[in-house]
Design a binder for this molecule. Structure first.
Ligand code: NAP
Length: 468
């Protein structure tokens, strides 16, 4: 009976995991998706605890206490640090899979020899290679994104780097094949695989940097999922296999979407050492930058028929979304059609802008995807860029030497007039200048996004009060 209850719990959990992913596809149902995911995980844990003789309560309590101690502060980090938080959770997932695989292997060679079938040992080898490389790779990625001093942020390259990495992985795989063939006699190779996988994780990440980091994190997500699948086979746990497969495939799909949005290939992300410091174009006189006051910009905007707002990473940093909502309300009240142009990789994580704007309850139909809004950009009287840079950089269209060449962008340069809010002329994530900011029809509104949008709101409220 107990076994049946466990299986039913697992079945419901699997269905809930699938619904969770489905609901998370849209902002309107995303919250429901999160609750479904939490419910699924709770059921999965409770179901597992029901296994007779499986649970050592003392150790479970210690593990749960450690989990809570790590998890609670992780849940409270600001939204801007979500990519590194995500990387850390993949690291923990990878470590867990690696440790479980190691424990099972030594348990089996210590006595349960009947478990050492080639398939099971293959699953263990896959689990520990993927688990341990995800562990160190994700830690490195989190460290890079957190800008930890002793971890170089920019890609580190050296001669024969890719060859070295492949050889290292190849040796680990060969050791794995040895263990699959002779699991007891060659057990001394097991720690060698672990060390190689740990080293491979570090070496895989050091040539990657800059704007590629979030893509790599999505890829590490899929490795963590695959190691969970392998763990499911090792432990004979169907829920782990399905949940791991969902995790693995969603990570892979996400990284493919991100690669497409940046016009990069997987190979280029993994081996291209993108994000190197760019050589400055020699000579080339800097065009002068024109500035506008919030008052002047507000006057222009209230006369416009269509205003397109392009939010970017700076809006997230400044947490300006609520002021942006006020701006939206005021302009809409004046009869201006206001739309938001959402670039798929604006900010630092997929859906970053959607999440922030959904928080302010701006109607979803006003958030327009890049492909849909671009044909309308020439009709926009004003485009207001709030802390975005790379995603509106026209160099992506024409400058073959630019690291973002080929990346689809929001055609902000095609609008009749452009106001750009940022604090300085500093570049964005890709580390390159943006010619849009020195274009003839662009006016800079220098300052923190929250403060500047606040000023725009103040000026427009005076106008609205005067109208009524
Ligand atoms: P961005 O190119 O990084 O530019 C952000 C701009 O915001 C900066 O130029 C910065 O200029 C400004 N800024 C920062 N803090 C600000 C503040 N408090 N107030 C006002 N402005 C502020 O951002 P993006 O245009 O959103 O592009 C995202 C980049 O990340 C792309 O290169 C993309 O490929 C990469 N990326 C994103 C994802 C993702 O999933 N979203 C994934 C992979 C890569 P100042 O310092 O002068 O203020």
């Amino acid at each position: 009976m107990r076994y049946e209850i466990i299986q039913v719990a697992y079945l419901i959990a699997t269905a809930l995991f699938i619904f969770a992913l489905h609901w998370m596809n849209h902002p309107a149902t995303a919250r429901k998706g999160v609750y479904a995911g939490v419910a699924a995980m709770t059921l999965a844990v409770l179901g597992t605890l029901l296994y007779p003789g499986l649970v050592n309560w003392k150790w479970m309590a210690v593990a749960a206490a450690i989990g809570v101690a790590v998890g609670v502060p992780l849940a409270r980090i600001p939204l801007t640090a979500v990519p590194q938080r995500t990387a850390l959770s993949h690291a923990f997932g990878g470590l867990a899979a690696g440790l479980v695989g190691t424990a099972e292997y030594y348990l089996w060679i210590g006595g349960e020899h009947e478990m050492l079938t080639p398939f099971k040992v293959f699953a263990i080898v896959a689990e520990i290679i993927l688990g341990f490389l995800t562990f160190t790779g994700s830690l490195m990625a989190a460290g890079k994104l957190q800008e930890i001093k002793w971890i170089p942020q920019r890609p580190v390259t050296y001669p024969l780097q890719n060859v070295t990495n492949f050889v290292l992985l190849g040796v680990a795989v060969l050791c794995g094949i040895g263990i699959i063939l002779r699991p007891i006699d060659l057990s001394y190779l097991f720690p060698v695989i672990i060390v190689l996988a740990l080293a491979f994780g570090v070496l895989l990440i050091i040539p990657i940097g800059g704007a590629d980091m979030p893509t790599v994190i999505a890829l590490l997500n899929s490795y963590a999922g695959l190691s969970a699948v392998a763990m499911g086979f090792v432990l004979d746990n169907k829920l782990l296999i399905t949940a791991g497969a969902l995790d693995g495939s969603s990570g892979l799909i996400l990284s493919i979407i991100m690669c497409k949005a940046m016009n990069r290939s997987f190979a280029n992300v993994l081996f291209g050492a993108f994000g190197q410091v760019q050589k400055k174009a020699e000579g080339g006189e800097q065009k002068p930058v024109k500035q506008e006051t919030p008052e002047g910009a507000a006057q222009v905007m209230e006369q416009a028929s269509l205003v397109v707002i392009v939010p970017g990473y700076g809006m997230a940093v400044a947490q300006a979304q609520h002021r942006v909502r006020e701006l939206y309300d005021l302009l809409t009240k004046r009869g201006v059609d206001v739309r938001f142009a959402i670039h798929p990789v604006a900010g630092r994580m997929p859906g970053h802008m959607n999440v922030l704007l959904a928080e302010t309850e701006i109607p979803y139909d006003k958030l327009v995807e890049m492909d849909e809004i671009n044909p309308e950009m020439p009709q926009a009287d004003v485009v207001l860029i709030i802390g975005a840079n790379d995603v509106v950089n026209p160099a992506a269209r024409h400058d073959k030497s630019s690291p973002i060449y080929g990346m689809p962008i929001i055609d902000a340069d095609k609008a009749k007039m452009c106001f750009a809010i940022k604090r300085s002329m500093n570049p964005g994530f890709a580390g390159i200048d943006n010619e849009l900011y020195t274009a003839d029809h662009t006016y800079m509104l220098f300052g923190d996004a929250k403060a500047v949008v606040g000023e725009l709101v103040k000026n427009l409220s005076v106008g609205v009060a005067a109208v009524h």
